[in-house]
Design a protein around this ligand. Structure first.
Ligand code: PEP
Ligand code: MN
Length: 362
């Protein structure tokens, strides 16, 4: 499925080459907070307002959204400011209420996108209601599974929705990171390769989880030709009832937007071609090095087999990561990057050694 007949998610708003900006609070909390945030955003030129009405919380007992009453506040935002309004839906009743309130754009959150039953229920409800002109944005599922992500998009597309976009908000993980949800850029890049017509929007707020990561993540995404930004903004972020560490004021948003650079020149000059040739050469050297490393690793596998040793020696692995990461930092690379590369290499080494130890089982 190629999604070739997609339409813009926001007619009259998307200007070619310019990223679409969607902003608003994590949650609608009160009528005042919703309207005051919206008015400030509208004054700053934002055309699409987001606010969560039903909030999926990790644990029970947290603020789980104001519910239906919030939709009447969103309606007021639309009437007063002319902005389009967007909210998250996770089940049939949400869709029915959002349609009833005239919501322009629905989004499916990351937890819901990971659940095919829930996505299908949303798709079926839209289809049954004949609501095929509404726009739907599907966030990436919480887990880094591109097929599950595409599957969710297909379910919505098959319901007749053509105003379709997707949002990259990063993936859950276990352990430590500067991010709240890991970007894993190769996954949206692969998604774009497979579905080139589908707009991809970045959500730096849930990806970074902190204010200072918003600007760099937006710039990174624009440099990778993402089509838009969805950013959590609140009139008093420190008092927000949810996700306060990652929300910014409309004024800060305006400043960030003014610093972003959209590079849409597409000139392949001679010097660029030269640099690309250098990259091609370096990549082929890297491939050879990987192959050599794997062959040494297989030799180690044979040794371990002869001496009845287990494949993984934790202390060796820890030392290896520590020393390589330290060296990488010295060379101006990030620890995060080097860890990811080393983990992938190590996983493949382990796989190859297991193959040597158990030749018939794999
Ligand atoms: C949100 O956008 O408010 C939200 C809950 O995000 P996510 O589904 O990405 O966690
Ligand atoms: Mn949030």
């Amino acid at each position: 499925m190629k999604f070739e007949d997609l339409k813009l998610i926001t007619d009259n708003i998307e200007e070619s080459g310019k990223p679409i900006v969607i902003a608003g609070p994590c949650s609608a909390e009160t009528e005042e907070q919703t309207l005051s945030t919206a008015r400030q955003l509208a004054m700053g030129g934002v055309k699409v307002f987001r606010a969560g009405i039903w909030k999926p919380r990790t644990k029970p007992g947290g603020f789980d959204g104001v519910g239906k009453i919030g939709l009447s506040w969103l309606k007021r935002v639309k009437e007063e400011t002319g902005m389009l309004i967007a909210t998250e839906v996770a089940m049939r009743s949400h869709v029915l209420e959002a349609l009833d309130a005239g919501v322009d754009i629905l989004w499916i959150g990351a937890r819901t996108a990971a659940n095919p039953f829930a996505v299908q229920e949303i798709a079926d409800t839209l289809h049954e209601q004949g609501a095929t002109d509404i726009a739907v944005m599907v966030k990436n599922p919480v887990n880094p599974d591109i097929e599950l992500w595409i599957g969710a998009l297909e379910r919505i597309y098959n319901a007749g929705i053509r105003r379709l976009a997707t949002i990259h908000r990063g993936f859950s993980f276990y352990g430590e990171s500067i991010y709240r949800n890991l970007p894993q850029w190769h996954i949206p890049i692969e998604l774009h390769r497979r579905l080139p017509q589908l707009p991809i929007i970045i959500d730096p707020s849930h990806m970074g989880g902190k204010r200072e990561l918003i600007a760099p993540l937006c710039q990174q995404a624009l440099d990778m030709k993402f089509s838009g930004l969805m950013i959590e903004c609140h009139c008093s972020p420190d008092e927000a009832w949810s996700d306060k560490n990652q929300q910014i004021t409309p004024e800060v948003l305006r400043f960030i937007l003014s610093t972003l650079v959209v590079r849409n020149e597409n000139r392949d000059g001679e010097s660029l071609q030269n640099l690309r040739r250098q990259i091609d050469n370096i990549d082929s050297e890297l491939l050879e090095l990987y192959a050599r490393r794997m062959s040494v690793s297989r030799e180690i596998g044979k040794y371990k087999k002869e001496h009845s040793m287990p494949v993984v020696q934790e202390s060796r692995y820890d030392d290896l990561i520590r020393s390589r990461v330290a060296a990488a930092i010295q060379m101006g690379m990030s620890a995060e990057f080097m860890k990811t590369v080393l983990q992938a290499i190590h996983e493949e080494s382990v796989r190859q050694q297991i193959e040597i130890l158990n030749p018939k089982t794999l």
